[in-house]
Design a protein around this ligand. Structure first.
Ligand SMILES: [Fe+2]
Length: 388
């Protein structure tokens, strides 16, 4: 195996003088969030594309729109740096890839037309966020990935994530459990490859926090690496369950030893009932500490989008004063849109509803809902009530 190191000693060969010299080299790990500032002409082309789709298709869940969005995105945006940046992000799984990209200035958010932030995700007026929903899916169109809907998440392919009052001292939008860094749906074998977070507003100036496994230099040299890589770990099911079942699963780190993928949620996986051995717990805590030391904090504004590789980067948000600006003035609450997509539609069919191939019905670690459990399930409103 060719070992690429971020730090080490290398040899430079000078063929003219026929000498070889030793030198210390250092390549810094990718430790900052890359940002792409959209050009004015790209913004206009993107607007044309979204306008066309909003006019042509009834909603962003429309099957034809979801199928054609990669072709439409290519047709309208080919040759632009914007297209190149986002499309190449799909292939950025390597040793030097941070695993997230912030896109700034892709569109403006008309705050007046958008109106007030709804009290919750299911209380919004669809027509007001429609344009932004289409734009969110079209970013996945540029990526050329397949947008999916997870049963645990909200209905549809674009989810409004809205801060509720009473959530001031939490790090999650749902209010069910306290969260820290995590991959989305990391307890599933069918977890998304890519996520977009699009911000309609963030007047509270809440920080988003991203942590990339690539930012830990030469991770395969860490004492905990062999324990975590392809090890046998426990994965508790979603926190909505009471009591939470625990499944046996694979490594916290997996894939290529030099540039592994990660599935990790320390808040869930370090709970006592999960049942890890003392050395496994120690390894998990050491990884958590290293991830914490390389985290990146960023304050998104309206119109900003984070594009995240969900198998490389973990995310969460800082605590927030809901409905208050940093200088304590009342403001509209933070409103974010989220969409999840995958590289392989075929692989996902092992976890999908037989009548809705975009709907993932996995409970955890490969276990899917039985047809009996889905008997009263409404495909038009795919949220399972009263999981217990
Ligand atoms: Fe999340």
């Amino acid at each position: 195996m060719v070992v690429i190191k971020q730090n080490g000693v290398g040899t430079i060969e000078n063929r003219q003088t026929n000498t070889k010299t030793s030198h210390q080299y250092e390549v810094l790990p990718p430790s900052t969030l890359p940002i792409y500032k959209v050009k004015q002409e790209e913004k206009l082309k993107f607007k044309e594309l979204v306008d066309f789709c909003v006019e042509k298709y009834p909603n962003e869940d429309n099957h034809e729109f979801l199928c054609y969005s990669p072709y439409l995105a290519y047709e309208y945006l080919k040759g632009t740096e914007l297209f190149e940046k986002i499309n190449s992000f799909r292939y950025g799984w390597g040793y030097f890839d941070f695993g997230a990209l912030k896109i700034v200035g892709l569109f403006d958010v008309n705050q007046v037309e958008l109106g007030g932030t709804p009290s919750d995700y299911d209380k919004e007026s669809y027509s007001k966020s429609k344009w932004y929903r289409f734009s969110q899916v079209l970013i996945h169109g540029i990526l050329n990935t397949v947008v999916m809907n997870y049963l645990y998440q909200r209905p549809g392919t674009v989810h409004s994530i809205i801060q509720r009052h009473g959530m001031e001292n939490t790090e999650t939008s749902s209010g069910i459990v306290k969260l820290s860094k995590h991959n989305e749906d990391n307890l599933l074998k069918s977890s998304a490859d890519f996520i977009t977070f699009g911000f309609l507003r963030n007047f509270e100036c809440t920080s988003s926090i991203l942590t990339s496994i690539r930012s830990i230099p030469d991770i395969y040299d860490k004492w905990y690496f062999d324990i975590l890589f392809d090890g046998k770990f426990k994965y508790p099911a979603d926190g909505n369950y009471n009591p939470q079942p625990v499944y046996d699963g694979g490594g916290i780190l997996y894939g290529n030893r030099q540039y592994p993928k990660i599935r990790f949620d320390p808040t869930e996986q370090l709970k006592d009932f999960v049942g890890h051995t003392p050395i496994q717990r120690e390894a998990l805590m050491a990884l958590d500490k290293d991830l914490e030391s390389v985290k990146v904090e960023d304050i998104p504004e309206a119109g900003d989008i984070y594009l995240i590789n969900n198998k490389i980067v973990l995310h969460y948000r800082a605590q927030v004063n809901v409905g208050l600006t940093p200088d304590k003035q009342p403001c509209e609450r933070r409103w974010m849109l989220r969409t999840l997509s995958v590289e392989s539609f075929g692989y996902m069919q092992g976890f999908a509803h037989p009548e809705n191939p975009r709907l993932i019905i996995e409970k955890g670690c490969g276990h899917i809902y039985s047809s009996n459990e889905l008997r009263d399930f409404d495909l038009r409103n795919p949220v399972l009530k009263n999981i217990d």
